[in-house]
Design a protein around this ligand. Structure first.
Ligand code: SF4
Length: 341
């Protein structure tokens, strides 16, 4: 029989263990609530640094959705915008998916509705519909193949040359794909992201001229992607210095860069990850005002509320989710989907 001393020691040890779990800071409470709920916290690269740092995984929207699908967590807390949380729900339909603020939308995803796509399809009944992942579940459900910025060219090249293609919703990514493929029967929806469209070619040219040795990392949704290629074509910036990259691709490139200055043309939240990936490099935004107000609707306070109150839950009706899943899975099978935004 065990001596009373052993019970006392066990009791004290249990108390200490409980005490050690009493959260003392915001971060402690977030992690403890996540542990209790068996939740995984996912943060997009454009989230504020506190949220990127507390998350179990930080990355681009596609990488995070794949982590969501592979995870054995009961609850997925998606710190990003609504279409991203929907994509996680499409790929992990049996899990509870929460977003700290369901009003965190996306101007690019909102630039085409399911009704508008139905009308566009009726004008081109034989066309293949290719949608960038920045779309709602309802739009994905009307899509033949989704794409990321990494495999958009390969997705379009996989479609027989005589078939018309409807490419949506981003006009800049569409222009990039048309330029690379030379495809004339590619129709482009004229949508745009207000943040990326606000990073213009004049700013890029001025920053490139002021930093003649700097590399340029450019997201293809940027209004300046065309300008970046033009600058390279004119020899104003050596072509090897211009890299058109998804956010995941930027991180890979950052890890291979060992010094100097890199000008970054995308949402400024990306700088936090890049600077952590390669501290010896001076990463500078092309436009320091390029901040997505939707991404920044996810605050540390709302993340805590989300875990305490289990809100806001993201739901996608099963029929829409099944149709959308087919389009997303085709995307994953083609080329190197790499990362999305
Ligand atoms: S940066 Fe643009 S594309 Fe990305 S979530 Fe914000 S509005 Fe949407």
């Amino acid at each position: 029989m065990a001596s009373p001393g052993i019970f006392e020691e066990a009791h004290v040890s249990a108390q200490l263990s409980t005490l050690s779990r009493i959260p003392t800071t915001w971060g402690d409470e977030v992690r403890e609530l996540a542990r209790q709920a068996n939740a995984v916290i996912l943060a997009h690269n454009y989230q504020v640094p506190e949220i990127q740092d507390i998350a179990h995984h930080t990355g681009d929207s596609l990488a995070l959705s794949r982590i969501a699908a592979a995870s054995d967590a009961d609850v997925i807390v998606f710190c990003g915008v609504h279409f991203m949380a929907e994509t996680a729900k499409i790929l992990a339909p049996e899990r509870t998916v929460l977003i700290p603020d369901a009003n965190a939308g996306c101007s690019l995803a909102d630039s085409i509705t399911a009704d508008q796509l139905r009308d566009w399809k009726s004008e081109h009944p034989d066309a293949v519909v290719v949608s960038y992942v920045n779309t709602t579940a309802a739009v994905k459900a009307l899509t033949d193949i989704c794409c990321t910025s990494s495999n958009a060219v390969e997705v379009v090249e996989s479609i027989p040359a005589d078939r018309e293609v409807l490419f949506l919703p981003d006009q800049f990514l569409g222009a990039h794909v048309r330029r690379v493929t030379g495809r004339k029967n590619l129709h482009i929806w004229m949508g745009e992201c207000h943040v990326h469209a606000g990073i213009n070619g004049d700013e890029l040219a001025a920053r490139a001229a002021a930093n003649p040795d700097a590399e340029l990392f450019v997201h293809p949704e940027c209004g300046c992607a065309t300008s970046a290629l033009y600058l390279a074509g004119e020899g104003l910036v050596p072509a090897e210095r211009v890299k058109i990259l998804s956010t995941g691709g930027m991180l890979d490139a950052a890890r291979r860069t060992t010094g100097g200055t890199v000008l970054v043309a995308t949402e400024i939240g990306m700088l936090h990850q890049l600077r952590q990936a390669s501290p010896s490099v001076d990463f500078q935004p092309v436009n320091a005002q390029a901040s997505c107000r939707y991404m920044k609707m996810i605050t540390p306070e709302k993340l805590l509320r989300c875990l305490r109150e289990r809100r806001d839950e993201v739901l996608v009706d099963p029929e829409t989710a099944a149709a959308a899943r087919t389009a997303v899975q085709r995307m994953i099978e083609i080329g190197q989907p790499g990362g999305a935004e």
